[in-house]
Design a protein around this ligand. Structure first.
Ligand SMILES: NC(=O)c1ccc[n+]([C@@H]2O[C@H](COP(=O)([O-])OP(=O)(O)OC[C@H]3O[C@@H](n4cnc5c(N)ncnc54)[C@H](O)[C@@H]3O)[C@@H](O)[C@H]2O)c1
Length: 299
């Protein structure tokens, strides 16, 4: 029986544990040769060994996804080892949660670097290869509901993750003519990252372990396949046995001044029309209340 990714070659960043580990194993299970990246060398070697033990093909690549030299070497490792590259899954990530007033510049920079440069760098080298080789490619980026909606204590992480959603949409547009798709997922799962942030996340109590990190991988494998060739520039929520499609941010209401440029004082009377027309609350709200599937509510 042929699998979804037979004959394909994929790179997964931050695949030494958590969601990335599950993605690397599923891509290999679906027939792909996988370059398993992580800056934790022991962790990515263990996942590559696990894939080989399962009968798949994989090599580890220890390196920092946000480092230009390491990212170039990562894409080169796929080409040198397996002779081609078909898919890149940008997954590596870290948290440095802190409310803004207490957040140091280092905590800000670390998160922005790992997530935004960590997406830019491998994607840059992969797209350069696909463009010059004239072959199609697939990119899956990893955003977060913290960026799509906004989460308390995560100004650095949310800003980076919102940036990743925008990055993914723009890469999709730029690479369309080269046959490369780019989509973003906002996953949710029980991992070192979320248990570090929220404490122990229990199983849902059902037979199906909803928050298991391996539940994210099947949709990522699908997005990496030829079958997903028409899907690009989209953002999906992925958790448990559910996949959501996020609507892009859109204008919800508008007001115009018939006399031309606004006088600031005019807004005192007119700004309320925006909130009335849209039904949006004018004050700061907790946007995470809009989650369909919440790890913290379910437990
Ligand atoms: N777990 C969730 O519910 C959740 C929710 C939203 C988004 N995400 C995102 O999913 C991705 C995976 O998160 P996870 O929960 O599996 O976390 P995790 O901490 O279990 O795994 C992240 C892995 O990335 C590696 N890594 C970190 N920085 C790296 C770098 N610069 N280069 C290479 N590897 C690096 C780590 O060593 C680790 O193995 C992250 O981008 C995270 O922000 C996770």
């Amino acid at each position: 029986m042929s699998a979804l990714l037979d004959g394909k070659v994929a790179v997964v960043t931050g695949a030494g544990r958590g969601i990335g580990r599950g993605e690397a194993i599923e891509l290999a299970r679906q027939g792909a040769c996988v370059v398993v990246n992580d800056y934790d060398g022991d962790a990515c070697a263990a996942v590559a060994d696990e894939i080989v033990a399962l009968g798949g093909r994989a090599v580890p690549h220890a390196g920092d996804a946000s480092d230009l030299g390491d990212a170039e070497a990562l894409i080169r490792a796929a080409l040198d080892t397996y002779g081609q590259l078909d898919a890149l899954v940008n997954n590596a990530g870290v948290l440095r949660d802190r409310t803004l007033v207490k957040m140091t510049a280092e905590e800000w920079d670390d998160v922005v670097r790992v997530h935004l440069r960590g997406h830019y760098a491998p994607t840059h080298f992969a797209c350069a290869y696909w463009k010059s080789a004239g072959v199609p490619g697939r990119i899956v980026c990893t955003a977060s509901t913290s960026g799509l909606l906004g989460n308390f204590g995560q100004a650095n992480y949310g800003a980076a993750k919102a940036g990743i959603a925008a990055f993914s949409t723009i890469v999709a547009l730029e690479m369309k003519r080269h046959g490369v798709t780019c989509n973003a997922i906002a996953p949710a799962a029980r991992t070192r990252m979320t248990e570090g942030a929220y404490g122990t996340i229990e199983g849902s109590g059902d037979d199906f372990d909803f928050w298991h990190p391996d539940n994210v991988a099947p949709f990522v494998a699908f997005l990496c396949s030829e079958a997903a060739g028409e899907i690009s520039g989209k953002v999906f929520g992925v958790q448990g046995n559910t996949v959501e499609l996020y609507r892009p941010i859109e204008s919800a209401a508008a007001i115009e001044n018939p006399a031309g440029r606004w006088n600031p004082a005019d807004f005192t009377d007119r700004v309320g029309e925006l909130f009335k027309e849209s039904g949006i609350e004018p004050t700061a709200e907790n946007p995470m209340r809009r989650l369909r599937y919440s790890m913290t509510r379910r437990t």
